[in-house]
Design a protein around this ligand. Structure first.
Ligand SMILES: [Zn+2]
Length: 150
């Protein structure tokens, strides 16, 4: 299994290729999503001690329940589904915080303007590409290990 350092280096080396996307996507939000996906939203958040988890600083405790439930290299490492799961998990945590703040009397207004803006879509696609490359490198590493004589 590649280390977090190798994953970071691999993904960041491929960032220029990831930015070369079809025209409807915007390069800057895509690059930002790619970097966030690589550094903070990695499939390895299914480990309580990973580089991605450490980057959350004190907030890494938020990912401990996720790491406890999601066994390493299982659902978190399924392309698309793992990213959706981590996003849903974080959204649920944010909702809990919002509900708490609203219950405390904080005036919060949320607005959703219908269709997903193009830059948000580009950001998400960037995260998805980073996620997929992480999973592909894990799979490649496992395959190579199996081929190596013991
Ligand atoms: Zn991994």
């Amino acid at each position: 299994m590649p280390s977090g350092k190798v994953h970071d280096a691999f993904n960041l080396a491929l960032l220029p290729l990831a930015i070369l996307t079809p025209k409807p996507l915007e390069p800057l939000p895509l690059a930002m999503g790619y970097i966030v996906g690589t550094m903070f939203f990695s499939p390895d958040l299914d480990l309580s001690k990973s580089r991605a988890a450490a980057r959350w600083g004190l907030l890494r405790v938020l990912w401990l329940p996720y790491a406890k439930v999601a066994a390493h290299r299982r659902i978190s490492h399924v392309p698309v589904l793992g990213l959706i799961l981590r996003t849903a998990y974080l959204c649920i945590l944010c909702m809990v915080v919002l509900i708490f703040l609203i219950a405390c009397g904080v005036n919060i207004r949320l607005a959703f303007h219908g269709a997903l803006p193009r830059h948000a879509l580009s950001f998400i696609i960037g995260m998805l590409i980073a996620d997929t490359l992480h999973i592909a490198l894990d799979a490649l590493s496992s395959s190579l290990k199996r081929l190596m004589p013991k």
